[in-house]
Write a protein that binds this ligand. Structure first.
Ligand SMILES: C[S@@+](CC[C@H](N)C(=O)[O-])C[C@H]1O[C@@H](n2cnc3c(N)ncnc32)[C@H](O)[C@@H]1O
Ligand SMILES: [Zn+2]
Length: 314
């Protein structure tokens, strides 16, 4: 089995010793420093220092969801409901379908540059076409999905110093055990003037058990960036207070209550609670932005999208 992305080889580095990698024999990469070896799985390199920590696997549930998203829409009332859900959740929650294209627009307005973009914790990369506007894309995850180019761990990025134009982490920072170590790695692999961007939750129910570690305020993002020698260019709040309330309600409704399986009640839930939260947040935003600036000390939101910058000269 050969590498599916041989074009990445010059960028890749041994996650154990940082030296260059080469193809040593069928189905393996070897480093040029201390003879560390890494297997390929379906042509993708498994660049984990301790593969036993999280054995790379194809996640069948996520793969099935990806096919579902690419496939045909549902019919009749279900289709209307799906559309309504999509329109309102995109506004209320930190929804990738809305946030990633917005972030890419903001980056395009900030700089005309393009270059290698590493998407960490990429999963099935439903937003791939948006990121591709910024340059050639590398999808990295600690598990093996059909979209994965490289299996790697955020805490030891298997990439050369100053080799990437941008790194993205969409709904990933909350799942990292040592996000400060990841930030240091981002600072290392970004070229001067490079960008790190993503989406993080501030108030979101726990998920992805047992790999759910942190929530972020605007100040927390700025501090993480600063400690790594990076600067928070901007963070945009996602969702208002009604959406935040709904988030918690939604988690309990979906997880704990069996009532949501009754079709009529589910419809009432979506039209009622979700619709009202969406409407109230819009009215709140209109009133607040019109009458007075949003107070800095009351930064309570579902989450944040953000852009962090590496200084042009380091
Ligand atoms: C909530 S999912 C987000 C997936 C995708 N970015 C999205 O928004 O649809 C978090 C992803 O991060 C990955 N992940 C968790 N810890 C990681 C680590 N240490 N290194 C790389 N990926 C990791 C998980 O496997 C998972 O695919
Ligand atoms: Zn090595």
């Amino acid at each position: 089995m050969k590498l599916t992305r041989p074009d990445l080889l010059p960028l890749l580095r041994c996650p154990a010793c940082g030296t260059a990698l080469r193809e040593v024999e069928d189905s393996r990469l070897g480093c040029t420093g201390r003879d560390h070896h890494f297997p390929l799985a379906e042509g993708r390199p498994i660049l984990l220092v301790d593969a036993a920590l999280e054995p790379p696997k194809r996640n069948d549930v996520i793969s099935a969801q990806a096919h579902g998203r690419e496939g045909t829409e549902r019919k009749g009332l279900r289709r209307v409901l799906d559309r309504f859900r999509q329109a309102t959740t995109a506004d209320i929650f930190a929804d990738d379908r809305r946030q990633v294209p917005l972030l890419v627009d903001r980056i395009a307005a900030l700089t005309g540059e393009r270059g290698w973009v590493l998407d960490v914790g990429a999963c099935e990369q439903y937003y791939r076409s948006s990121l591709e506007r910024l340059g050639p894309l590398i999808a990295m995850d600690i598990s093996l999905y059909s979209a994965t180019d490289v299996v790697g761990d955020c805490h030891a990025l298997p990439f050369a110093d100053a080799s990437l134009f941008a790194v993205s982490a969409i709904e990933v920072l909350e799942h990292l055990r040592r996000p400060w170590r990841f930030m240091g790695e981002v600072a290392r692999v970004l070229q001067p003037g490079g960008l790190f961007f993503g989406v993080v939750p501030q108030y979101a129910p726990t998920h992805g058990f047992p790999h759910d570690f942190f929530r972020y305020t605007r100040g927390g993002l700025a501090a993480l960036a600063e400690d790594a020698g990076l600067e928070l260019h901007e963070a945009w709040p996602l969702g208002g207070r009604w959406g935040t309330l709904l988030h918690w309600y939604w988690a309990n409704w979906a997880r704990e209550s069996r009532l949501h399986r009754i079709p009529g009640l589910n419809l009432a839930h979506h039209l009622g609670f979700q619709g009202v939260a969406w409407l109230f947040d819009r009215l709140d935003a209109a009133a607040e932005h019109g009458a007075r600036p949003l107070p800095q000390e009351h930064n309570d939101h579902v989450g944040w999208s953000f852009i962090v910058r590496k200084p042009a000269r380091s």
